[in-house]
Design a protein around this ligand. Structure first.
Ligand SMILES: Nc1ncnc2c1ncn2[C@@H]1O[C@H](COP(=O)(O)OP(=O)(O)OP(=O)(O)O)[C@@H](O)[C@H]1O
Length: 226
């Protein structure tokens, strides 16, 4: 058995007769960035949905922190879910338009029973500050933030859960090219500071070369030599 943080073995995802992920295996170590590349429709989203157990795979194993997730009941998965957090491409899509940024960042703490009125607000301010947002932005709604600021707020919300793994699904593709580097630098700093692991989907080869420790390539549901 490997001691990787995430160990995916022979993963299979099917939609009816379509095999979207066909016996895919990879590992991600603590503190490591693995890039997952490939053309549209090759199975990247299906792979990460199965890793996050948002969709139960038809075959294979997803071992996270040494525990096999695919055989766990939802009730057993619940305490593990905070430790693997997604960050999606659309910065506005991952935050509810009706909730202030402060409440969006506080929500994971409340859901996980870790909210404390004495120090909760300070924790939220600290998380916003950590991602480079003035804590005063906590009062705003997502549409009052730029795309880059909103993506930073989404990262703060993910960090509230104290994850070990972030699944980054094209986290800077929707952002203005001039602000992409700032968000990528933030992710790199957070990784160093918190020993976070990243499973990173990205189409931009220059970004992958700069940002990832290793990369794997998918074509038509299978891993191919990079
Ligand atoms: N809900 C679904 N029902 C049926 N087929 C699906 C479903 N979701 C994905 N597929 C099919 O599975 C295959 C893999 O899709 P997937 O979205 O995982 O690829 P992708 O690499 O993430 O693509 P993109 O980069 O465009 O998001 C494709 O052939 C797609 O049409």
């Amino acid at each position: 058995m490997s001691d990787a943080l995430l160990d995916v073995r022979d993963l299979v995802v099917r939609y009816g007769t379509v095999t979207a992920v066909d016996h895919v295996s990879f590992t991600v170590d603590a503190g490591e960035t693995l890039a997952l590349n490939g053309p549209s429709g090759c199975g990247k989203s299906s792979t990460i949905a199965a890793v996050l157990q948002l969709r139960r795979p038809e075959g294979g194993e997803v071992r996270f922190e040494g525990r096999e997730l695919t055989t766990l009941a939802e009730r057993e998965l619940r305490p593990l879910r905070p430790r693997m957090q997604p960050v999606f491409q659309d910065p506005y899509g991952s935050l509810s338009p009706r909730h202030r940024i402060r409440d969006a960042v506080a929500e994971p703490l409340k859901v996980q029973g870790r909210w404390n009125t004495a120090d909760g607000p300070a924790r939220v301010a600290e998380l916003l500050d950590r991602v480079g947002l003035d804590p005063a932005y906590g009062d705003r709604f997502p549409h009052e933030l730029s795309g880059g600021q909103c993506q930073r707020a989404g990262i703060a919300r993910a960090l509230a859960s104290e994850p070990r793994l972030l699944v980054l699904d094209e986290p800077v593709s929707a952002l203005d090219p001039s602000i992409r580097a700032g968000v990528l630098n933030l992710l790199a700093d957070l990784q160093d500071e918190l020993n976070l692991a990243y499973l990173f989907i990205c189409h931009d080869r220059a970004v992958v070369r700069h940002f990832a420790d290793r990369s794997i390539e998918m074509r038509a549901g299978r891993l191919v030599p990079a």
